[in-house]
Design a protein around this ligand. Structure first.
Ligand SMILES: [Fe+2]
Ligand SMILES: [Fe+2]
Length: 256
């Protein structure tokens, strides 16, 4: 399919989706088309449609179909790996990390409403627990970097792992700062405390959510396709050596 035909197809699908014809059949066609072109081509085609005068809001349906297609892929990946498989463990840890990030988001928002430090307010204790768990995500990142990424790199796909490593490094100081803030809340100027907490929390929440999304939907499916079946046992043994997180689900550990 040439770029021109693809653009035409996308336009045609969008017209049908926007005319309320969001039937399963049209959605399926949209997913198939999206799966058949690269993310770069899709972005370019979308941009061309916007340049041609298409309302950005009309692209919404296409984005939804795109996200649905990725969610399907993650579901398929999960169904394809048994509990205790390194990818299953990493995916289930992502689910736990996302819950920690939701709590961080909420606790930060609640603290922003306060005017002073309150020794008896459980929010500050919870912030410490969140800080501890965030530091504990390092074990997860180390397992990725030392067991999974090298195998993906060997397959010749080095771009995504390079970016993932960079994000791990970028995140670290912010997690440390959140822990420090949690421990020193009672001694700090409260306005400064709130300002720094807001800055570091927002950075970690946004960056780590996005990081997990990319790993779940791009890197892990790529790793599953690329790494030979027999390699996974080795990856698993190396992962056991590095160890797991306080929040790694019991079922994953029991399957070890
Ligand atoms: Fe990661
Ligand atoms: Fe991860």
């Amino acid at each position: 399919m040439t770029a021109e035909t693809r653009k035409e197809e996308l336009k045609n699908l969008l017209e049908r989706l926007n005319s309320g014809e969001a039937t399963e059949k049209v959605k399926k066609e949209a997913q198939e088309l999206i799966n058949s072109i690269s993310a770069k081509e899709l972005s370019e085609a979308e941009q061309e449609l916007i340049n041609d005068g298409l309302e950005e809001t009309e692209l919404r349906h296409l984005c939804t179909a795109h996200i649905e297609a990725m969610a399907e892929e993650l579901k398929a990946l999960k169904a394809n790996v048994p509990v205790g498989h390194p990818l299953s463990t990493l995916i289930s840890e992502h689910e736990e990390i996302l819950k920690i990030l939701d709590r961080l988001d909420e606790v930060n928002a609640e603290i922003q409403k306060l005017n002073k430090f309150e020794a008896d307010n459980p929010l500050f204790e919870e912030l410490k627990e969140i800080g501890t768990k965030l530091l504990d995500t390092e074990k997860h990142h180390t397992r990725e970097e030392e067991t999974l990424f090298p195998e993906v790199d060997k397959g010749g796909v080095t771009g995504p792992t390079r970016i993932m490593r960079m994000e791990h490094d970028d995140l670290w100081p912010h997690k440390e700062e959140i822990m420090k803030l949690a421990e020193n809340a009672d001694e700090m100027n409260f306005d400064r405390f709130k300002e720094e907490l807001k800055m570091h929390s927002e950075y970690v929440v946004v960056t780590l959510r996005d990081h997990i999304f990319k790993e779940n939907n791009i890197l892990y499916p790529t790793a599953k396709d690329m790494i030979a079946e027999e390699k996974w046992e080795e990856i698993k043994a190396q992962s056991d050596q590095i160890g797991y997180c306080s929040f790694t689900p019991e079922a994953e550990l029991a399957a070890n």
